[in-house]
Ligand binder design. Structure first.
Ligand code: HEM
Length: 481
């Protein structure tokens, strides 16, 4: 699955034909890292410092927030998802990529769209009604169209490739996670369409910020339908191999359908808000959906057994290959430490996921009761995106990228543990100050002061962690095979 470019496929006539897989494209993670460092996390450093150290927010602040959110969702997380899915999904389904040449076009379209959006939206906010403002507004529409085209080509490529999968009964590993990938396709599709509509609406209104109802729908559909399902699918298929977990002998498919149902119900509230139809019944539905979604995520994590380790450890063949000529693997793990302590990032990602799911259930209960949310939506979103998705990307990319590129080890394995500490410090600093009850801050003003300073530093700390990841991955790309 990792560095093979050739596997075998048996035809009806039982002849074994070589099946050529497209090689991994390191340009995808390279652009994702550039988008994260120069766009998403760079802006996060600015936003958190402005809020934490009490600088005036300024009229451009909402546009910077949206540019940050977009660069993070699509540039950082989205491009990693594209890179991994184009490499792993065809191997899982034992089909070649239908049109390998399209991959470069996808990256060009996405890269150009992202550049226009991340640079254009802040520029538009500063220009306002001045000369050039309208032109930048239409450049932002072009960004939506470019990204929409990139997403369309990517989805078409995946769907056309997967059409060759054949009888799913012969592909049980892929069949189990297929609904997660189907959900991911829907998530990208909804995001692409909503994004084009919202930037066009923004340009027509002559504003520098996307209407908040469209913005919320785009963010929630991408997080719930694209990022979380694909993270679950890759976790089911890859983590047992990397962390010596038991294989998935539990109803993965059914769990995926339950998740899909809950995530779709949860999207009803932001969708009807577009038409100004929000009412008590919609809140009740949204609350119930949130509780079910949180519950399904907890069930998924329990079954994955990563944090609980209830099932006996699988002993992959490599465990047994210990002898005088070969050093022992790390205790309980099938590697020799050549990927650094990547497992710490994966474990902490799942701890944050559990917390996010619990908060989502709590908020769902409050919504259903007609009470104010227990934890802010922005906080829960960042626990998912920074705590779970970002840490999972860091851990899994350090573990898999060397293999995808035909290398034995990640460049500089000792950098991985500091990456784990920095990323967790950033998540704690980004999230905890906003959960601390105001009573605690009032009782001890020093606590409030520390919380503000911590929040102010959170973006820079996360940026430092991503720079370490970039050093590791770019170094791996540049080392000899
Ligand atoms: C320490 C790192 C980060 C900091 C300091 C940070 C800071 C912020 C701030 C201050 C806001 C506006 C308030 C709010 O909505 O809560 C925001 C919004 C947002 N952030 Fe982050 N963020 C970080 C990491 C991330 C990551 C890793 C992602 C995604 C992978 C992300 C995605 C978003 C999104 C989607 C929004 C909403 C944007 C919108 O309203 O259009 N953030 N962030």
């Amino acid at each position: 699955m990792t560095n093979d470019t050739t596997v075998e496929k048996t035809t009806d006539a039982d002849t074994v034909l070589p099946l050529r897989h497209a090689p991994f494209r390191p340009a995808f993670p390279a652009v994702a890292l550039a988008a994260a460092i120069l766009g998403g996390f760079g802006l996060a450093g600015h936003l958190s410092a402005v809020i934490g150290f009490g600088f005036p927010l300024g009229p451009a602040f909402p546009a910077l927030v949206q540019a940050h959110g977009h660069a993070q969702l699509i540039g950082w997380a989205g491009l990693f998802v594209m890179a991994f899915s184009l490499h792993v999904v065809p191997r899982l389904a034992s089909v070649p990529l239908a049109h390998p040449r399209w991959v470069a076009a996808i990256l060009r379209l996405m890269g150009a769209g992202l550049l226009l959006r991340t640079a254009g939206q802040p520029a538009l906010a500063y220009l306002g009604a001045r000369a050039g403002g309208a032109g930048v507004g239409w450049a932002l529409v072009a960004s939506g169209l470019l990204e929409g085209a990139g997403i369309a080509v990517y989805l078409l490529l995946l769907v056309r490739s997967l059409r060759g999968t054949g009888d799913l009964r012969t592909q049980p590993a892929f069949a189990a996670v297929r609904p997660f990938f189907g959900t991911m396709i829907a998530g990208w599709l909804i995001f692409g369409v909503v994004n084009v509509i919202s930037v066009t609406d923004m340009a027509l209104r002559g504003r520098a910020v996307v209407d908040s109802t469209w913005d919320l729908l785009a963010i929630q559909s991408f997080l719930d339908l694209a990022l979380l399902p694909v993270a679950m699918a890759f976790s089911v298929r890859l983590l047992p191999m990397f962390l010596a977990l038991s294989a998935a002998f539990w109803p993965v498919r059914e769990t995926a359908y339950a998740y899909l149902a809950a995530a779709c119900l949860a999207l009803v509230a932001p969708a009807v808000a577009l038409f100004g139809l929000a009412n008590r019944s919609v809140d009740l539905l949204g609350g119930i959906a949130g509780m079910i979604k949180g519950g399904v995520i907890l069930w998924f994590t329990w079954q994955l057994d990563l944090l609980t380790r209830r099932r006996p450890v699988e002993r992959p063949a490599r465990f047994l290959q210990i002898g005088p000529a070969r050093p022992p693997t790390r205790p309980g793990l099938p590697d020799f430490g050549e990927f650094g302590r990547f497992e710490l990032l994966v474990y902490s990602a799942y701890v944050w996921l559990v917390l996010a799911a619990l908060f989502e259930m709590l908020n769902g209960w409050a919504m259903a009761q007609g009470l104010p949310l227990a934890v802010g939506e922005g906080v829960v979103r960042h626990i998912y995106l920074l705590g779970f998705i970002t840490q999972l990307i860091c851990g899994v990319s350090v573990r898999t990228l060397p293999g995808f590129l035909g290398k034995r080890a990640v460049a500089c394995p000792p950098l991985v543990a500091p990456m784990f500490w920095l990323m967790n410090a950033a998540t704690v600093l980004r999230v905890v100050p906003l959960i601390l009850p105001s009573a605690a801050k009032d009782l001890a003003p020093a606590v409030g002061q520390m919380a503000r300073v911590g929040f102010g530093l959170s973006g820079v700390v996360a940026l430092a962690a991503v720079i370490l990841l970039a050093i590791s991955l770019v170094g791996t790309m540049r080392t000899d095979r």
